[in-house]
Design a protein around this ligand. Structure first.
Ligand SMILES: Cc1cc2nc3c(=O)[nH]c(=O)nc-3n(C[C@H](O)[C@H](O)[C@H](O)COP(=O)(O)OP(=O)(O)OC[C@H]3O[C@@H](n4cnc5c(N)ncnc54)[C@H](O)[C@@H]3O)c2cc1C
Length: 355
């Protein structure tokens, strides 16, 4: 059914992708977002990947999402992921080996390269490891511009984008979520999709729905634009770094952000100094600043996507790794809401697993 009136709460990468897929399918969509482009989204490291200690179903969802980025890039002006690949030596050799075997078995394009090759393709890396993994199919995206591009194209396709409008609660009638409450009153719709990032749990609670999640802070640093130094996403022990198309090097010391600690400015300086010490020419880099994002993380670390239990009319999409997952979650959420189908790749990621 494409004539449904749907409200999407959230204009980060997840809400924007859902809105775009709904608008593309011909639904009547209104997006409400306080911050167009998102809250966590602009502060993301924005590495598109399918790996890292994940069970196979999550790997399958992520790899589908990676293909989805290629589909979106072909369809949406301004969506332009860079398929730069990654070089990874973050784990001790035995664990890296185990990881390579597992991922290769799942069909991930993981190649082993020796130190000489690491040095040849990334000459800026000091102290190159004896060997590393090279994963060509991984990439990066500029997260806020991409979310804005999806919103702009959704608008071109007929969606209404209401920016700067805060929703104070979901409007509930006879155990059905019928709309959203703003300072203008209640706006009604046939379906409400809640993709409000870290604010998702609080908004769901206004309809009596519990979303078990936490939002933890992660700090990343940006250098001032520098001449080309890094071709790949480099995933080293306690340091991941990448160079954005505008020349900034973006880094953090652990997956998806460093703990900012009590003195974030000092933490940022430490991350910057450590990063510079690892790069040939690092002494010429200048720190531009740091960003702290709150990661919207469901309690067990995996996505929550699907209809909320206990009420009608409410669909929830909240996740960590949202940059990677946005194309798949957008596509599947739109299909599930419009066509009533159940996407098998989401089977492990329903809210009901917590009940
Ligand atoms: C430091 C850091 C590093 C990360 N690194 C990666 C990575 O390398 N790869 C990866 O895949 N993922 C990464 N992530 C995770 C990823 O960034 C997030 O999963 C993703 O951005 C979440 O997007 P979202 O749209 O759900 O939320 P957000 O971007 O937070 O957007 C939420 C939206 O909801 C709106 N909203 C909230 N409450 C209301 C309200 N009451 N009324 C109206 N609107 C409201 C906001 O205004 C905003 O538009 C990282 C995150 C962080 C913080």
């Amino acid at each position: 059914m494409s004539g449904k009136q749907i409200i999407v709460i959230g204009g980060g990468v997840i809400g924007a992708s859902i809105a775009w897929h709904l608008a593309k399918a011909g639904a009547r969509v209104t997006v409400f977002c306080g911050e167009p482009g998102g809250v966590a989204t602009p502060n993301s490291f924005a590495w598109i990947n399918a790996n890292w200690g994940n069970p196979e179903p999550y790997f399958r969802l992520r790899i589908t999402a990676m293909t989805g980025w290629r589909r979106l890039a072909a369809a949406v002006p301004g969506v332009a992921p860079e398929w730069c690949g990654s070089i990874c030596y973050v784990l001790p050799p035995e664990e890296l080996e185990k990881f390579a075997v597992e991922q290769t078995g799942w069909g991930y394009g993981v190649k082993r390269i020796l130190r000489e090759e690491v040095q040849r393709i990334e000459p800026a890396i000091k102290h190159a490891p004896e060997w590393a993994l090279k994963i060509d199919e991984e990439g990066m995206v500029e997260p806020r511009p991409v979310a804005l591009a999806l919103l702009a194209d959704a608008e071109r396709l007929g969606a209404k984008i209401r920016t700067g409008v805060e929703i104070s609660a979901l409007a509930l009638r006879d155990r059905r979520v019928v709309g959203v409450v703003t300072e203008e009153g209640v706006t009604e719709a046939d379906e409400i999709i809640l993709a409000a990032g870290a604010a998702t749990a609080d908004l769901a609670a206004t309809a009596g729905v519990r979303i078990p999640m936490s939002a933890s802070p992660g700090l990343i640093i940006d250098t001032k634009p520098a001449p080309p130094m890094l071709e790949h996403i480099v995933v080293a022990p306690q340091m991941e770094m990448r160079q954005a198309p505008d020349g900034r090097i973006i880094a953090s010391t652990s997956f998806n952000g460093t703990d900012p600690g009590a003195d974030p400015a000092a933490t940022a300086r430490r991350v910057f100094d450590d990063m510079c010490s690892r790069l040939v020419g690092g002494e010429q880099l200048e720190l531009e600043g740091y960003r702290i994002g709150y990661r919207p993380i469901p309690e067990d670390g995996f996505s929550i996507v699907g209809r909320a239990d206990g009420v009608e009319g409410l669909y929830v999409a909240v996740t960590h790794s949202g940059i990677t997952l946005a194309p798949a979650l957008g596509e599947f959420a739109a299909k599930e809401v419009l066509d009533g189908i159940s996407e098998p790749l989401l089977a492990s990621y329903r809210l009901s697993r917590f009940s």
